[in-house]
Design a protein around this ligand. Structure first.
Ligand SMILES: Nc1nc2c(c(=O)[nH]1)N[C@H]1C(S)=C(S)[C@@H](COP(=O)(O)OP(=O)(O)OC[C@H]3O[C@@H](n4cnc5c(=O)[nH]c(N)nc54)[C@H](O)[C@@H]3O)O[C@H]1N2
Ligand SMILES: Nc1nc2c(c(=O)[nH]1)N[C@H]1C(S)=C(S)[C@@H](COP(=O)(O)OP(=O)(O)OC[C@H]3O[C@@H](n4cnc5c(=O)[nH]c(N)nc54)[C@H](O)[C@@H]3O)O[C@H]1N2
Ligand code: SF4
Ligand SMILES: [Mo]
Length: 576
């Protein structure tokens, strides 16, 4: 008799994290359907989520650890891989210090809470803060902006799409990508709702995208000139005195400076740079100001440009001074369920070019230089956790040279990608369907949810071959290298105990550390233990989004200065 099962879970390919129903037979996916009862996605899922079984069962799946021997990858047992990598780490740590050990964490696994937490714990164990992420390319501008505008990198705002009358979306293409910094399944249906309510949508983009072809008005802009568009927009808002002065007085600092910055940037002047006709810009301002609930929102097309932070600052300044910040139909402040990880008082700076860290991460753009440039803290050992930086970061040739220069390069992935060709070891990790999870950082910490919800999933599939949870691999490597997980001996002992209990047949799975971690997180978030969460496979609806500025207890998140204050030194922003 085949073992046929149906299990509810949620997708972890993009920010939307749609609810899915997965049907399996003998540990193979036979069908994936959208979950019509999921509290947030309500029966929506896209082709990527529905076809992910093909990736889980791909013939390209890595099934065993590989070691490069004389230029060829040969299979080796896990014990050997852990012992050898651990010994090499121990040596590099002793000779060159913790900062010689670094990691790049790819985007797909960034949606999974456990392996990413354990990677951080391993880096902490070595005393390293060198974590590179794609986020430093695609959204560091927003994290840096959140810190400067609202008091912490995790304090972010998102457009209240379901209630607004006007959306200006800059550098985004939701038909294809489902947006960013907003966890919203089926974005186009909800954006369509704006027009159905009699409102309007503008797409500011050099390209007439699939989204612009579907609805709204396309405004063509010369690439990388969005900062001037924002300056012209702000100039017009201030020239017309369409400013909510009471809102500004109560919650913001620096308005005079803002007005001075915008003063020279008339729509006519801006048009010469952006190629957006002055009449188009002023018509957009007319529509924005006339709408009861409006927002300018920008995404990856801007974040990856030269002026991401400036665009973000100006955009949120416009939303704020017009009274659209913290307004139904404007932009709302995210409210997560977990506290933000602490950000050090003193911002770390990179060895190369003295660049400040953003959200505890170092820019992937200087990874090659951090490896190749001699001196204290030069990277000698590198982990690549489900990333493909050789292709996705700038400067492939130099990165290839850098990866070849490393003393130890370990890639963990489910397939052998281009970057892994440079590895000394390739370790087989888990597909998302093979791990338990809770909603990732943007939900749980930043709370960028138009529909506030929370869920837990058990694994749907057992991993094939010798594929191993990456979180366990980092715990084992800490032990092998003689450094305690997270820098705390009791934590390493606890980790070892959990690992041992998982080998006892009748206890297997009961004390696995990932589940205990999820249980702890869910209890900290006051949602309940895994027992409760398992009873809600369609997710749990949380208290809806609300205005947050007037409540003084929460004013620090939005920043007493909506436009440009920093929190007082020593004050910690509470993301809730
Ligand atoms: N030219 C160009 N470069 C870009 C971008 C662009 O638009 N153009 N976009 C940028 C952006 S927005 C981003 S986020 C980065 C992404 O950059 P990266 O994160 O470096 O690259 P990806 O190709 O998304 O994924 C890396 C690896 O994740 C693995 N993976 C996929 N699913 C799973 C899974 O379920 N489990 C495990 N363990 N691994 C899995 C894949 O095998 C793949 O090898 O690229 C950036 N770089
Ligand atoms: N199918 C699919 N979906 C994905 C992903 C994927 O790889 N494939 N990746 C996921 C990830 S990691 C992310 S971060 C999100 C990204 O999702 P979005 O933030 O929506 O980004 P993109 O779809 O890359 O669209 C960026 C747009 O910016 C435009 N653009 C380029 N340069 C400029 C410029 O200078 N100014 C302006 N105004 N626009 C510009 C481009 O034409 C493009 O339409 O998508 C997620 N969803
Ligand atoms: S929209 Fe994103 S989360 Fe939803 S099914 Fe598609 S890839 Fe998965
Ligand atoms: Mo991204």
């Amino acid at each position: 008799m085949p073992d046929t099962r149906q299990q509810k879970t949620f997708c972890r390919i993009c920010e939307a994290q749609c609810g899915l129903i997965v049907e399996t037979r003998d540990n193979r996916v036979v069908d994936i359907k959208p979950n019509p009862d999921h509290v947030a996605s309500k029966g929506y899922a896209c082709i990527k989520g529905l076809k992910m079984g093909d990736f889980a069962h791909s013939p390209d799946r890595l099934q065993t650890p590989l070691k490069k021997v004389d230029g060829e990858f040969v299979p080796i047992p896990w014990d050997q891989a852990i012992a050898e990598i651990g010994a090499k780490l121990r040596q590099i740590h002793a000779q060159q210090g913790g900062q010689a050990i670094a990691a790049y964490m790819g985007n797909p696994i960034g949606f999974c809470m456990w392996p990413t937490a354990m990677l951080n714990m391993m880096l902490t164990a070595f005393g390293s803060n060198k974590l590179f992420t794609p986020g430093t390319q695609d959204c560091a501008s927003k994290f840096a902006g959140g810190e400067r505008l609202f008091g912490s990198p995790g304090a972010q705002v998102f457009p209240d799409i379901d209630n607004m009358r006007l959306l200006i979306a800059v550098g985004s293409n939701p038909v294809i990508s489902k947006m960013s910094f907003i966890t919203m399944p089926h974005p186009m249906e909800r954006i369509e709702g704006i027009e159905q309510r009699g409102g309007k949508v503008y797409w500011v983009n050099p390209r007439r995208t699939e989204s612009a072809k579907r609805l709204g008005e396309h405004v063509a802009i010369r690439p990388d000139t969005d900062v001037f568009f924002m300056l012209g927009f702000l100039h017009e808002v201030i020239r017309r005195d369409a400013v909510d002065h009471e809102h500004v007085r109560r919650y913001m600092n620096g308005y005079t400076t803002l007005a001075e910055v915008a003063k020279p940037w008339t729509p006519e002047r801006v048009a010469q740079v952006t190629r957006i006709p002055a009449a188009t810009l002023t018509a957009m301002v007319d529509d924005y100001l006339a709408a009861d609930g409006a927002a300018i929102y920008s995404s990856t097309g801007v974040n990856q440009g030269s002026y991401g932070l400036m665009v973000y600052w100006l955009q949120e300044a416009i939303n704020a001074i017009t009274g659209n910040l913290d307004k139904r139909g404007g932009v709302l402040a995210g409210k997560g369920v977990l506290p933000s990880p602490p950000i050090p008082e003193e911002t770390a700076r990179s060895r190369i070019d003295d660049i400040p860290y953003v959200n505890n991460t170092i820019p992937a753009g200087i990874m090659a230089d951090e490896i190749l440039t001699p001196g204290e803290g030069r990277i000698r050992a590198m982990f690549n956790l489900s990333g493909n930086p050789l292709l996705t970061c700038a400067g492939s040739d130099r990165l290839a040279t850098a990866f070849e220069d490393l003393e130890l390069f370990v890639c963990l992935d489910i397939v052998r990608n281009e970057t892994a060709e440079y590895a000394d070891y390739i370790l087989p990790g888990l597909h998302n369907l093979e791990r338990a999870d809770i909603p990732f950082y943007f939900f749980s910490v930043m709370g960028l949810m138009p529909t506030r919800s929370y869920s837990y999933t058990d694994p749907v599939l057992a991993p094939p071959g010798q594929c191993r949870d990456e979180g366990l691999v980092f715990r084992q490597l800490c032990r092998a290298a003689g450094v305690p997980l997270g820098g705390a001996r009791p934590l390493q002992w606890f980790s070892n105990l959990c690992e041992w209990l998982d080998t006892v047949p009748f206890l297997r799975g009961r004390y696995s550390m990932d589940k205990l971690f999820f249980s702890l997180m869910s209890r900290v978030s006051k949602i309940g233990g895994l027992g409760k969460l398992r009873k809600h496979p369609d997710g749990i609806l949380l208290e809806p989004n609300a205005r947050r500025l007037p409540g003084q207890a929460r004013a620090d998140t939005i920043g007493q200065g909506g436009t440009c204050t920093r929190r007082p030194r020593g004050a910690r922003a509470d993301p809730r």
